[in-house]
Design a binder for this molecule. Structure first.
Ligand SMILES: Nc1ncnc2c1ncn2[C@@H]1O[C@H](COP(=O)(O)OP(=O)(O)OP(=O)(O)O)[C@@H](O)[C@H]1O
Ligand SMILES: [Mg+2]
Length: 298
């Protein structure tokens, strides 16, 4: 038997608060294979970012830990790149220079100056930022900053890419384009992906498995759903498949039926999704199923 690639075992996370420790995570266990795409979905505040931060080595678990290729993760490393929920660009550097900083760390001595320049420009053009690559973060929009963060992470060619709601701030078209790019890049590089998302369609389209987390405090892995859809995946074709709609339904059921958020807490599009599910359920009773709303929203 080979060693599992990435293993999260018995992770607890307590945060100190003025009222004493707050247990955000309790006994989180997850094994991820090399090259697997795993999404984490769950209600706001359940601890999704905390899980990613622990895998990144930015937070230390209170109990349990993370093992990557047989080695315990205790500090950040270049083999694990993270795209943060709120972009984290250095404000005094241009987009180009932000990517350059990461690329030089990894490829210094391995790529020539000209190759480094070409590589930075290639990754910025992947996210359609070539026109603004010499602008600083305060001169570009939130979505553009997020795109630079994605380019920076991709340019590192990390073995594990950690994505914390990477496409949340993007318009629907850019989001769809980047989702496709991420799928292509992963097919090329075979890297392992862990992505936090609130978007059910996005989770189903991109993932091999969807990890559904229970609500905090003491949040943990609730259910894990296998997405058995062949790759490469075309968003239009996939959205017409029964498996796709089944997976979508399962995630919505978990989020709203079992760990129901109060409806007024939901973002608008999720309310619409819930309405669609309710409609589906009632049309099933009458014997004429109506297909779930598919496609992207953003
Ligand atoms: N540094 C911290 N100190 C104290 N509490 C924290 C800290 N970081 C996170 N928490 C708490 O831990 C819980 C999990 O936070 P986390 O950011 O991981 O949630 P999340 O699932 O990523 O939420 P969202 O979907 O809103 O991004 C929350 O209750 C949060 O308030
Ligand atoms: Mg978060």
């Amino acid at each position: 038997m080979s060693i599992p690639h990435l293993e999260i075992t018995g992770v607890n996370m307590d945060f100190p608060t003025p009222k004493g420790p707050y247990r955000a995570l309790e006994n989180v266990n997850l094994k991820i294979n090399k090259g697997e795409f795993v999404s984490i979905i769950g209600h706001s505040g359940c601890g999704k970012s905390t899980v990613l931060n622990i895998v990144a080595g930015l937070y230390q678990a209170t109990a349990g830990g993370v093992i990557l290729n047989g080695q315990e993760v205790t500090v950040p490393g270049p083999e694990r790149a993270m795209v943060f929920q709120n972009h984290s660009l250095l404000p005094w550097l241009s987009s180009y220079e932000n990517v350059e900083l990461a690329v030089k760390q990894i490829f210094k001595g391995k790529k020539s100056k000209a190759e480094i320049k070409e590589w930075i420009e290639h990754n910025l053009s992947l996210v359609h930022m070539e026109h603004a690559m010499h602008k600083r973060p305060d001169e570009i929009s939130g979505g553009m900053k997020q795109r630079v963060g994605i380019a920076r992470a991709l340019a590192m060619e990390p073995e594990v890419l950690l994505l914390d709601e990477p496409f949340g701030a993007l318009d629907a078209l850019t989001r769809a384009h980047l989702q496709d790019s991420v799928m292509e890049i992963q097919a090329d590089l075979g890297n392992t992906m862990m992505m936090v998302t609130h978007d059910v369609d996005e989770a189903v389209l991109l993932s091999d498995r969807i990890v559904m987390m229970t609500n905090g405090p003491a949040a943990t892995v609730g259910e894990i759903l296998d997405v058995n859809i062949e790759r490469p995946r075309d968003r239009i074709e996939v959205s017409e498949q029964e498996t796709y709609n089944h997976c979508r339904h399962e995630v919505l059921r978990f989020l709203y039926a079992r760990h129901g958020a109060k409806e007024e807490d939901m973002p608008k599009e999720e309310k619409e999704e819930k309405a669609t599910v309710v409609k589906l359920a009632s049309s099933n009773i009458e014997g004429e199923a109506e297909p779930l709303k598919a496609g992207t929203h953003g």
